[in-house]
Design a protein around this ligand. Structure first.
Ligand code: BT5
Length: 260
């Protein structure tokens, strides 16, 4: 095995914990070959009192979840699949949600040099094609927020386009960048950006302007589903709480809290 191969192999299978240089995120990093969903397992860990910043990583998910009961597809080793256990204050939730897509945009920029954009509320696109998604789940006990799970899936080599329910353009990082990246090339960068952003939120500084600058949705024609309701119109603006103001064709406006 030559030196380059040895380095590469070490990068794919880190035998010793690498120095992430993060304060909180990734303080515990638990890697599984196959689990149902990193969000589901992270949620269980949160309920058992996992440390804040615990990251659950999987090579493969058998029941990967999207938002609103949808599915997230992957094949073994083809994607970055991870969830972070957080205990934020309820007031921070919109920004913590934004930190998932913003950290992904920053990580893609840092590791590939490519600019990606955010499609409201939290999809990450390269050249208009979805490369990553964020699933943010909050666990309440009564009215009290117990924990929040920030799940991120990034297609690295995975080609999801042949799935019958994929109705919009999708892509993966290596196709777009022409690189041969692995999870281990992306993970440190992603965790460091998440760490930075979460510490900023905790410290009371606003990440909304930077997130908004990466959002491509404003000014576009959009079709948004929220529950059973579908609204179509022009995305007029996004509020700091993450809600989208849509102008219908008849000129009336509606504020959508979540959608697609
Ligand atoms: C999302 O949902 O985009 C959030 C995806 C979050 C996935 C991560 S992986 C780690 C963590 N653990 C989990 O179980 N989940 C998180 P949404 O916006 O609802 O998009 C879901 C839709 O995207 C599906 O209905 C498909 O149409 C499409 N889709 C499924 N897999 C895809 C993929 N790999 N790449 C692009 N689109 C996909």
């Amino acid at each position: 095995m030559n030196e380059e191969d040895r380095d590469r192999n070490r990068a794919r299978h880190p035998a010793t914990p690498f120095n992430l240089g993060t304060t909180l995120i990734g303080s515990d990093l638990i890697c599984y070959p196959t689990i149902s969903s990193t969000n589901t397992v992270a949620k269980e860990m949160a309920m058992q009192g996992a440390r804040e910043g615990t990251v659950v990583l999987a090579e493969q998910q058998t029941e990967g979840k999207g938002r609103m009961g949808r599915k997230w597809y992957s094949s073994p080793g083809s994607s970055l699949l991870m969830s972070t256990v957080l205990y934020p204050e309820a007031a921070w939730l919109p920004q913590v949600n934004m930190s998932g897509s913003l950290a992904t945009v920053r990580c893609i920029r840092q590791t590939t040099g490519l600019e990606s954009s955010i499609k409201w509320p939290n999809d990450v696109l390269i050249h208009g094609k979805k490369v990553a998604g964020v699933l943010f789940e909050n666990i309440f006990q009564g009215s009290q927020l117990r924990a929040a799970i920030l799940g991120i899936g990034i297609n690295i080599t995975f080609d999801v386009s042949l799935r019958p329910d994929i109705t919009y353009p999708t892509t993966n990082l290596n196709t777009e960048s022409g690189r041969d990246l692995t999870v281990w090339d992306l993970l440190p960068s992603l965790l460091r950006h998440l760490d930075q952003l979460y510490l900023r939120i905790k410290g009371g500084s606003d990440i909304f302007p930077e997130w908004l600058a990466a959002v491509e949705t404003v000014g576009k024609q959009v079709k948004v589903r929220s529950g059973n309701r579908i609204e179509e119109g022009t995305a007029e603006r996004i509020n700091p709480d993450g809600s989208l103001v849509l102008r219908r064709p008849d000129g009336t406006r509606v504020t959508m809290v979540t959608g697609e």
